[in-house]
Design a protein around this ligand. Structure first.
Ligand SMILES: *Cc1c(COP(=O)(O)O)cnc(C)c1O
Length: 350
């Protein structure tokens, strides 16, 4: 069962007080909407939208890169990054469970003629340096050309350490690979690692960041990197139909999020830790937590009954009929919502 499984809105009996399926469910707040409405806009395909330009420049500068590219989604951002790095017949080394391999419909292969070579992901979410090195193919006409190493941080909520990330990246670089980071939750990682943004971004040629998850913007991701790669990605964006016009109304939400919603990621993490503690105290299953995510595996495959019970209290969770249920904390879950959620779990297992 994948992480996107979960009840549809129509299935819910009660008003929703807490939706823990994902941080993608976050709503733009009133102040964000006002900023969007007030945004000065222009035609971004002509390069004339001032707010899009500011968002791209802001994230590029924060992450120590030359340029940025605003796109509708993280999937497109990763996709354009791969197309910018790789030619047809080249290959990407990627963790098997990483989003780019597992949840992006193999777009790089299907549409880009790029092979994905999957590597096992270690328990902490990293790729092992020796596994990376061992996966680089020889220069042999029988084989694809290994070109890019693509990592992910956070992975399943886990903030992979700078040391482990550097080891994998260095192994790739020693073999001449370029590097990409799927940083959909880059700022959750930074918050947890307690490091500077450039400490992580500086290891990679390109980084993709989602604005529409914990940061709370309704739409948008940004790909940052060197000018030549971002120019290539911009041409690919046009080809796949992602050139947007007066997109400043959307970029304004992203800028608002960067200014106002990064600090709150520490609160999401603290609430995740609190929820994990409460669930562990129930003694009703196994619990793990990292950054804003809790994974709870109830004893005895009670997932469907638990989900129905919680839905009756306005608490929405995802997950399948068995196995781990992913619970994601985000800015729209406050202490009151968390308390009702804990009450719901307690009354089920009482
Ligand atoms: C959500 C996510 C993406 C893709 O973002 P979308 O905006 O949903 O396309 C990519 N990578 C990771 C790790 C994600 O969690």
């Amino acid at each position: 069962m994948n992480q996107y499984a979960g009840s549809a809105r129509a299935d819910r009996g009660n008003a929703v007080v807490c939706d823990l399926r994902s941080d993608t469910v976050t709503q733009p707040c009133a102040a964000m909407r006002k900023t969007m409405a007030d945004a000065e806009v222009g035609d971004d395909v002509y390069g004339e939208d001032p707010v899009v330009n500011r968002l791209e420049a802001t994230l590029a500068e924060r992450l120590g890169k030359e340029a940025g590219l605003f796109v509708p989604s993280g999937t497109m951002s990763n996709f354009l990054g791969m197309l910018a790095h790789c030619q047809r017949g080249e290959e990407i080394l990627i963790g098997e469970g990483y989003h780019v391999n597992a949840y992006e419909a193999q777009g790089a292969s299907v549409l880009g003629g790029i092979a994905l070579s999957t590597l096992p992901v270690a328990e902490d979410g990293a790729l092992e340096a020796d596994v990376v090195a061992g996966a680089v193919k020889d220069d042999d006409s029988h084989l694809a050309i290994t070109k890019l190493l693509s990592l992910e941080n956070t992975h399943n909520g886990m903030a992979v350490s700078l040391e482990r990330t550097a080891a994998a990246v260095n192994a790739g670089r020693e073999h001449g690979l370029s590097t990409h980071l799927d940083g959909a939750r880059f700022f959750n990682a930074i918050t947890s690692l307690n490091c500077a943004e450039t400490d992580l971004s500086g290891m990679f040629d390109t980084v993709s960041i989602c604005l529409s998850k914990g940061l709370g913007a309704p739409v948008g991701s940004v790909l940052v990197g060197p000018k030549d790669l971002i120019n290539r990605a911009r041409r690919w964006r046009k080809m796949v139909g992602g050139g947007m016009r007066q997109a400043g109304v959307l970029a304004a939400a992203g800028l608002y999020a960067l200014d106002n919603n990064v600090a709150g990621l520490a609160e999401d993490r603290a609430r995740a830790a609190q929820l994990a503690q409460e669930l562990a105290a129930l003694g009703a299953g196994t619990v793990t937590q990292s950054t804003n995510m809790v994974f709870f595996t109830p004893d005895g495959s009670q997932n469907d009954d638990l989900r129905a019970h919680l839905a009756g209290q306005g608490v929405v969770i995802g997950g399948g009929a068995q196995g781990a249920i992913r619970l994601v904390l985000h800015k729209d879950v406050d202490d009151e919502a968390l308390r009702k959620t804990v009450d719901g779990f307690q009354s089920f297992f009482a």
